[in-house]
Design a protein around this ligand. Structure first.
Ligand SMILES: Nc1ncnc2c1ncn2[C@@H]1O[C@H](COP(=O)(O)OP(=O)(O)OP(=O)(O)O)[C@@H](O)[C@H]1O
Length: 670
């Protein structure tokens, strides 16, 4: 391998491994030593502490019951044309310890909005106004006076990790520093037992390619991940959506058990079956953002009966309620009648609530409850090196165990190499082989880039959502996550361009020097990393996988057009010269040509060789690569790679989930 190759490989490695990898490596070594000392200490203990007490978290008594009261919760959004839509209107109620409160109502009724408002998880949106007063045990709700968790509707996990590994990872990242590793493991084992996941503890979560946990098990795993923070107040957004009735019942039974342990459980739910309905302790019915009923679940039937709407015999109460409080838009007359009925029910409840004696002493709300999820890069109990070590392990497991993806990528690269190797088989040194050589350099560069780009665009937008969720909980910071991801994924990512190069190079009969082959491999590998980095940058801002898959290849087409093959470097209009300078295809193509052509002699067509290209250097001149070299193109490629990594990091850091602040309604009491 020539010194130029070593130069650029080293350059690429330095850029690819961000500077914090050095503290990561040092930190990893010191953690291992501390761990082994702790383990030895632990062995001398007679028994482990009770895992149920293990989740004692800093500052807040985790056993303190949570009584959540809320009044005047209002939410509205004003669009660009100035039209205001009311989402929630003066909602009040209470979620009590040891009880399961269900927020029910028709679709669009405001269930998720209310749940988000109570949990401080209303996504920050331009034009949105959120008001209300919320207290926890009589004091204005703050992040520090209670522990709460929010289980989102969509379950997101690393698909290759098992249940136990997923929970162990969450425990390692989120449980307090003072807990020993054995205590965290015991807490996880206890959780697995309580959630009924013992049978599937060592089953990978799975995804569309590889079946793993059932929907219900995934939901229970989501609940388990949240329980590790030892919350006494638990919010769940539609926990039964997408589950069959058996799985839905098991999930709800888990929630009921949690409530029975003294936790305050609040969930939104659409239309449960009667066995699930019977598990609710309290019910808050919403229709078009207003309360239709709030109180004990057992009292709802008699409430509607007293208003002239008795439930028919053998009817599911949830279905009866849903029909009663929904607006029927199928016909104008039906809509008018149902709207009138719902308005009557709202007014009746308002009247009843106004005349009801208030329960217990009133707590003055003197300051604003600020609704916000904990979202800090410094909130994790682990140091950055510890986080990086844990996240490296997780990323490595995810990528190394994903056989379906790895085999597909390998097959795709091998088959492309065989096809291109066949098309460009033993090119020889004729005049026509010059064009073939350039063609092969171009398709080789496109193949390596596209394969890495598409793979990244398919995976990263989903992973980003999961990472944003975890960051919102304060599980880890962006820098250790990103460094660990790059370090774990790069070795496997390098295999595929190398496979391609190893087959195509000898088949096509490229420059017969080993050092040139090594550089060929290096150029394609570096280009593949740069394409991955482009995929990360696009995936970090694209709103969805589909959007990323539309944007990424679009950019790549531009890079291909200015890739040095179709438009000569010297003919690019001045205003567009920046495009070739950021085109990873151009840098790879130029590098591959710089590697291949120098020193090659081509056969003339006629004896005098007039007008023919006889030297490889002439080809480079014609392409506009006269002053170019492999090292120069590698440095240019490394700069694009570093820029993309930096851009991805900045976007990930800036895209921290932001939640709407809840403004207090002054002078109100709860
Ligand atoms: N950010 C927003 N911008 C505009 N409208 C919004 C926004 N958030 C909520 N809404 C509207 O507020 C109403 C209540 O929405 P929400 O999601 O809370 O209802 P839901 O009862 O949870 O519905 P579903 O059961 O279908 O999930 C809907 O009409 C919805 O379109």
């Amino acid at each position: 391998m020539g010194s130029g190759t070593v130069d650029f490989l080293l350059g690429a490695a330095v850029i690819a491994l961000p500077q914090y990898q050095i503290p990561v490596l040092l930190g990893t070594a010191s953690i291992s030593i501390l761990r082994s000392i702790r383990r030895r200490r632990c062995k001398h203990r007679k028994s482990l502490p009770d895992p149920s007490n293990a989740a004692v978290t800093d500052g807040v008594s985790t056993r303190q019951h949570v009584d959540l009261r809320f009044t005047d919760v209002r939410c509205s959004i004003t669009n660009k044309t100035g039209v205001t839509k009311t989402i929630l209107q003066n909602i009040g109620g209470e979620a009590k310890p040891g009880r399961l409160l269900a927020i029910m109502g028709p679709s669009g009724g405001g269930k998720t909005s209310l749940l988000n408002a109570l949990a401080g998880q209303v996504p920050s949106t331009k034009g949105m106004e959120l008001q209300g007063n919320i207290t926890v045990n009589g004091a204005p709700q703050t992040d520090s006076n209670h522990r709460q968790a929010y289980v989102q509707q969509e379950d997101l996990f690393y698909s290759q990790l098992t249940v136990r590994e997923t929970l162990n990872m969450a425990a390692a990242l989120r449980l307090p520093k003072h807990m020993l590793a054995e205590e965290k493991e015991a807490a996880v084992a206890d959780l697995i037992q309580r959630l009924g996941l013992v049978q599937s503890a060592d089953t990978p979560v799975g995804d569309a390619k590889k079946r793993g946990l059932s929907g219900g098990e995934k939901k229970r795993l989501s609940i388990g991940s949240e329980l590790l923070g030892s919350p006494m107040l638990l919010f769940l957004d539609e926990p039964t959506t997408g589950l069959d009735s058996f799985q839905a019942e098991k999930v709800m039974q888990t929630l009921k058990d949690l409530a029975n342990e003294g936790k305050t459980v609040v969930c939104s739910i659409h239309q449960p079956r009667s066995s699930i309905f019977s598990m609710f302790d309290d019910l808050l019915l919403l229709s078009e953002g207003q309360i239709v009923y709030s109180g004990p679940a057992k009292g709802v039937i008699s409430h509607f009966e007293s208003l002239g709407y008795p439930i028919p015999a053998n009817y599911n109460p949830a279905e009866f309620i849903a029909d009663l409080i929904s607006i029927d838009s199928s016909a104008a007359t039906a809509e008018e009648a149902s709207r009138e009925r719902v308005e009557k029910l709202k007014a009746a409840f308002k009247q009843k609530a106004a005349s009801a004696p208030s329960g217990g002493a009133k707590d003055s709300v003197v300051s604003a409850p600020v609704a916000s999820a904990k979202s800090s890069d410094d909130a994790s109990p682990c140091s950055w090196p510890q986080q990086a070590k844990l996240l490296f392990k997780r990323s490595w497991r995810q990528i190394s165990r994903d056989k379906a993806t790895n085999v597909a990528r390998a097959m795709s690269n091998v088959s492309s190499a065989i096809i291109f190797g066949g098309i460009f088989w033993r090119m020889g040194r004729s005049q026509t082989s010059i064009q073939d050589r350039m063609g092969l350099m171009q398709v080789g560069a496109i193949n390596a880039a596209m394969s890495s780009l598409i793979k990244t665009l398919n995976v990263f937008p989903k992973e980003r959502v999961l990472v944003q969720r975890e960051r919102a909980k304060g599980s880890y910071a962006t820098a250790p996550y990103f460094a660990a991801k790059l370090a774990a994924e790069s070795p496997i990512g390098a295999i595929f361009p190398l496979l391609f190069a190893a087959i195509v190079y000898p088949s096509a009969g490229l420059h017969p020097k080993l050092s040139r082959f090594a550089r060929f491999c290096g150029i394609l590998t570096l280009e593949s990393f740069t394409a991955t980095s482009l995929g990360l940058a696009v995936g970090s801002f694209a709103p969805s996988t589909d959007a990323a898959l539309a944007i990424g290849p679009g950019i790549m087409v531009l890079f291909i057009v200015f890739g040095g093959y179709y438009v000569n470097a010297g003919n690019v209009p001045r205003a567009l010269r920046w495009i070739p300078s950021v085109s990873l295809i151009k840098h790879a193509f130029e590098g591959l040509c710089d590697n291949e052509f120098p020193g090659l002699d081509f056969e003339p067509v006629s004896a005098d060789g007039a007008g023919d290209i006889l030297k490889g250097e002439q080809v480079l001149n014609r392409l506009g690569f006269k002053d170019s070299s492999v090292a120069k193109t590698a440095r240019a490629q490394a700069r694009v790679l570093a820029f993309n990594y930096w851009l991805t990091y900045c976007i990930l850091k800036a895209k921290k989930p932001a939640f709407q602040r809840m403004d207090p309604v002054p002078g109100r009491t709860i």
